[in-house]
Design a protein around this ligand. Structure first.
Ligand SMILES: CC(C)(COP(=O)(O)OP(=O)(O)OC[C@H]1O[C@@H](n2cnc3c(N)ncnc32)[C@H](O)[C@@H]1OP(=O)(O)O)[C@@H](O)C(=O)NCCC(=O)NCCS
Length: 288
C-alpha cells in the first residue's frame, strides 16, 4: 500500500492527537508530544488543523507533523516505524519539495526523534544540523514533595491571571484570555493543567502548563516562565517543582521538557527543579 499524506479536518485532529499520545513511552528520545499540539491549539482548532500533517499506510497513521511557526516542522512517528524505509523516503520527499505543501521553500527546520531514519537521510540530501537543544527529564516514580501552598490551578474564570503572567514572562508575547480559552477547548487540554505561583505578597509571579499523555507515560511542561519583575527569587524553581507534582498527580511516569541550550537560565531552572539534563539534540536545517 502506498503512503499518503493529508491535512486533517478539525474533527480529524483527535485521531492525530491519539496517535501521538499512544507513541509516547518512557525512555523514548525527545519527540512531539500531545502537549505540543495542545499548546498550538491557542491559535484555534482551525489553525491547528491547518498546521498538522499525517502520513498513513493502509489507513494507519504512521507519522504526525506539526508546522510550529512558519519554518519549523516538528515530526514524530510510531515507534515501530522509526526505521521504516518507505516511510522515511516519503517523508524526505514531502519535506524537501515545497509544492507538496508540507514546508515552504527557503531556510526551514525539522525536529524529529534522534532514532528516526529521516535523521540519516536528510544529511545525504545536503541538510545540516541546527542549534543545540537540551532535553531534561525528571523521573516521577518516587513521590514528589507536595507543592508550595501558593500554587493555584487555573480554571476558565482565572484565565486572565495566567495570561498576564505569560505576557510578563515572554518578551513579545500576545497571549490573551481568548487564547487560553481556545487552548483549553482543545482535545489535549483534557490531560493538562495550568498553574500560577504567588509570592508572599500575593503577586502572581510564575506560570506553567503541564500536559499529561495519560497514566504511565511521560508528560511535558510547555510553557514555563517567571514574571520579568520577579526573577531571581526561586519562583522558577518552585513552579518547576509544582509542575512535576501536578504531572505525578495526573499519573505521568516522568516530566520532560526541552529548551534551546542557549537559554542558560531555563536549563539552570529545570535542573534546580529536580530535572536531569540529557544529551543535546539538534534540529535539521536546509539553507535558503
Ligand atoms: C528561566 C526563568 C524561568 C528563570 O526564572 P527565575 O525566577 O530567575 O528562576 P529561579 O530564581 O528559581 O532560579 C532557578 C535557578 O536558575 C538559576 N538561574 C536563573 N537565571 C540564570 C541565569 N541567567 N544564568 C544562570 N543561572 C540562572 C538560578 O541561579 C537558580 O539556580 P539554583 O537554584 O541552583 O540557585 C526566567 O528567566 C524566565 O521566565 N525566562 C523567560 C521564559 C523562559 O525562557 N522559559 C523557559 C523556556 S519555556
Amino acid at each position: 500500500m502506498a503512503i499518503t499524506v493529508e491535512k486533517p479536518e478539525i474533527d480529524g485532529l483527535g485521531e492525530a492527537v491519539d496517535a501521538v499520545r499512544e507513541w509516547q513511552h518512557e525512555g523514548s528520545p525527545w519527540q512531539l508530544h500531545p502537549g505540543d499540539l495542545g499548546w498550538f491549539w491557542r491559535f484555534g482548532a482551525e489553525a491547528t488543523a491547518a498546521a498538522v500533517r499525517t502520513w498513513r499506510r493502509d489507513g494507519r497513521i504512521l507519522a504526525v507533523g506539526l508546522l510550529d511557526g512558519a519554518d519549523l516542522l516538528r515530526l514524530t512517528t510510531a515507534p515501530d516505524s522509526r526505521r521504516d524505509e518507505e516511510l522515511a523516503r516519503r517523508l524526505v520527499e514531502d519535506v524537501i519539495e515545497p509544492e507538496r505543501g508540507v514546508l515552504p521553500p527557503g531556510k526551514v527546520f525539522i525536529e524529529a526523534p534522534k532514532d528516526a531514519l529521516i535523521q540519516d537521510l536528510l544529511p545525504e540530501r545536503g541538510w545540516c544540523t541546527g542549534e543545540p537543544w537540551t532535553p531534561l527529564h525528571r523521573d516521577l516514580t518516587e513521590p514528589v514533595k507536595a507543592p508550595d501552598p501558593r500554587i493555584e490551578v487555573i480554571g476558565p474564570e482565572r484565565a486572565q491571571v495566567w495570561a498576564g503572567v505569560t505576557r510578563a514572562a515572554f518578551d513579545g508575547s500576545k497571549f490573551s484570555e481568548e487564547r487560553w480559552q481556545a487552548m483549553a477547548s482543545g482535545v489535549p487540554y483534557a490531560d493538562a493543567r495550568c498553574l500560577v505561583a504567588y509570592d508572599g505578597h500575593g503577586n502572581a509571579v510564575a506560570m506553567v502548563t503541564v500536559w499529561s499523555a495519560g497514566p504511565g507515560k511521560p508528560g511535558v511542561l510547555e510553557p514555563m516562565g517567571v514574571h520579568r519583575d520577579h526573577r531571581g527569587h526561586g519562583h522558577g524553581r518552585a513552579i518547576t517543582a509544582a509542575a512535576a507534582a501536578a504531572l505525578q498527580e495526573l499519573g505521568s511516569s516522568s516530566a520532560a521538557v526541552s529548551t534551546p541550550s542557549s537559554n542558560v537560565a531555563a536549563v539552570a531552572t529545570y535542573e534546580s527543579g529536580g530535572f536531569q539534563r540529557l544529551p543535546e539534540v539538534r534540529d535539521l536545517t536546509r539553507d535558503a
